[in-house]
Design a protein around this ligand. Structure first.
Ligand SMILES: Nc1ncnc2c1ncn2[C@@H]1O[C@H](COP(=O)(O)OP(=O)(O)OP(=O)(O)O)[C@@H](O)[C@H]1O
Length: 238
């Protein structure tokens, strides 16, 4: 049996930029299964937290421990950026590329890429250049590229920012399907409706710190902190 890379334990981790603290100290454990949604006002540190968890930011203090050595855990997680970079390649080749760099042969990589493209609703655009896709299609492509490696943990930074209701629903379906296949998802969103639809657990950020970590149902019904309560009521929280 393959050992899980989870839980991820974060202890007193701080991210600094030129001596200024962006987030932290963060103490958090990410375990088990399901979807964790990172919520919080603009500038509260959601993106920086996700970047820290995925290893894109090095903690200035404290640290992170996956349940297996970092060099092994690295290849078993993926990150989808808010504005994914698109290669000058077809949809099929963009997805296949993720497998090719991992050593899969070209024909097999392309066959699996076509299958994955169809699963995320891009079956009509297999030969289209990634660069001409719509915003929603680009996000689906970014997800397909991340999911084809079957990551155990998938981090997403505001994957539905700027998407309309239909595109958002399609992305949410892809994410819930991935969850049901066992992918652990950690994502930020501004959209409280989306958080309520998807979350099993909420991490509420404020001023660079985790202000509340709660089961989603409890967070939405009886938040533990006055700041979360105010945030859920649409008040400006600083
Ligand atoms: N490269 C950087 N250099 C300096 N400050 C930064 C940098 N990146 C982020 N910050 C600051 O760190 C804080 C947290 O930013 P972050 O982008 O993580 O917040 P966020 O909650 O994701 O915000 P938003 O909801 O607006 O996307 C902000 O005050 C931001 O200005």
């Amino acid at each position: 049996m393959v050992t899980s890379i989870l839980p991820l334990r974060i202890h007193a981790a701080e991210v600094k930029r030129r001596g200024t603290r962006l987030i932290g100290p963060i103490d958090l454990t990410l375990g088990g299964t399901g979807i964790t949604i990172v919520l919080g006002p603009n500038g509260s540190g959601k993106t920086t937290l996700l970047r820290l968890l995925h290893g894109l930011e090095r903690p200035a203090h404290g640290g992170l421990d996956w349940s297996i050595p970092e060099e092994e855990a690295r290849g078993r997680r993926s990150f989808v950026f808010q504005t994914p970079t698109m290669m000058r390649r077809s949809v099929t080749d963009c997805i296949a590329y993720a497998l090719r760099v991992a050593g899969t042969k070209r024909a097999e990589a392309r066959a699996r890429a076509r299958e994955m493209a169809s699963q995320v609703g891009l079956g009509h655009a297999l030969d289209r250049s990634a660069q001409v896709l719509s915003g929603g299609e680009k996000q689906k492509l970014a997800l397909a590229r991340a999911l084809i490696r079957e990551p155990e943990v998938l981090f997403l930074d505001e994957p539905c920012a700027n998407l309309d209701g239909r595109a958002t629903r399609e992305i949410e379906t892809i994410l819930t399907d991935a969850k049901s296949r066992g992918t652990r998802i950690v994502m930020s969103t501004h959209d409280l409706g989306q958080a309520a639809r998807l979350a099993d657990e909420i991490v509420f950020m404020l001023n660079g710190c985790v202000r509340e970590l709660n089961v989603a149902g409890t967070f939405f019904e009886t938040p533990a902190t006055p700041e979360a309560h105010a945030f859920l009521n649409g008040q400006i929280v600083e």
